[in-house]
Design a protein around this ligand. Sequence first.
Ligand code: GDP
Length: 398
Amino acid sequence: SNLARKKDASESWVKETMEKIRNIGISAHIDSGKTTLTERVLYYTGKIHEIHEVRGRDGVGAKMDSMDLEREKGITIQSAATYCTWKDYQVNIIDTPGHVDFTIEVERALRVLDGAILVLCSVGGVQSQSITVDRQMRRYEVPRLAFINKLDRMGADPWKVLNQARSKLRHHSAAVQVPIGMEEDFQGLVDLVQMKAYFFHGSSGENIVTTDIPADMETLVAEKRRELIETVSEVDDQLAESFLSDEPISSNDLDGVQPLLDGVISYLPCPTEVCNYALDQNKNEDKALLSGTPIGPLVALAFKLEEGRFGQLTYLRIYEGVIRKGDFITNINTGKKIKIPRLVRMHSNEMKDIQEAHAGQIVAVFGVDCASGDTFTDGSVRYTMTSMNVPEPVMSLA
Ligand code: GDP
């Protein structure tokens, strides 16, 4: 197979492939707009196009009304992990339950994330539930990007929210983007890294990206850009420099969530930028560092089970090696050897059969009897990935 050959392939292939994966969660407490944001992401990355077309929608970006969203809930946000592509990046969005309780289910979802978007409401600000979900992610060292939403609402105050993120969440935060207008005048944003202005639904109804920063915003933009550089410098001088001199990943075809998705790609880590360990059952549970790449024995964690139309669906995060349809894999927790009859990748409202998948990816398998939290390997190693086995970040901006 391709991957088998690529397993032996050059380091550069592995590096390039791994760099193009993001495993993220969208974290927020209930009612703060997680569904709305997830839908927009899926819509703009093309995965729920049809649903909207059937409904006769065209430019969904600015205003999706809540009625439609309510109706669409459950259609689009049904799976534990949804795959979409942005530019040539694979973005897996893992459902992170917004439970206040720190349940084992929440832990497992956090365990498989490499990064997250923390949704904060520009009106409500950092609330006690935001503190709880943030604490959960902190415990798993999940680097996070805050997305302050509802800027179009009365009383929107993103600067207040930013200050609360510093005081209540103790984040080293700084704005990467500054809104153009607020409340009913909210029109878009200026990206402080790219130094570009994004106008959503401009006067002609189109989205516009321009390097012309609105004149009345120049002072604010300069001040906030300085603040951003200072904040990043506190962590890492070199990072601050490269941050602002690097050619940003960006194009000029703007749609509603482009700036956020570009941020996910630019600022959240890829799987090889996070160190994951397994406990070696052959060596007194010594920690074994996983390669995070297709090279090495298969190590995968079953993090969620779902009862589906076709039987039990098991979601796996692969940490090392390759998994193929038809492979025999071993459940280290039970010792059982199992053949994989069907391997799929979940999109928002459809699944796609695939032949193989490699480290860094999230896939689902049918017909595999196991419990959530079980670890699978190719049988050559006896590793387990417990929920308490907290990953260690290599780089974190949060
Ligand atoms: P969830 O419970 O976190 O999934 O929240 P929802 O996505 O259902 O959003 C809660 C409410 O906030 C809904 O009525 C949305 O229409 C509304 N909402 C979400 N994002 C925005 C936004 O950017 N602007 C405005 N005005 N309303 C929003």
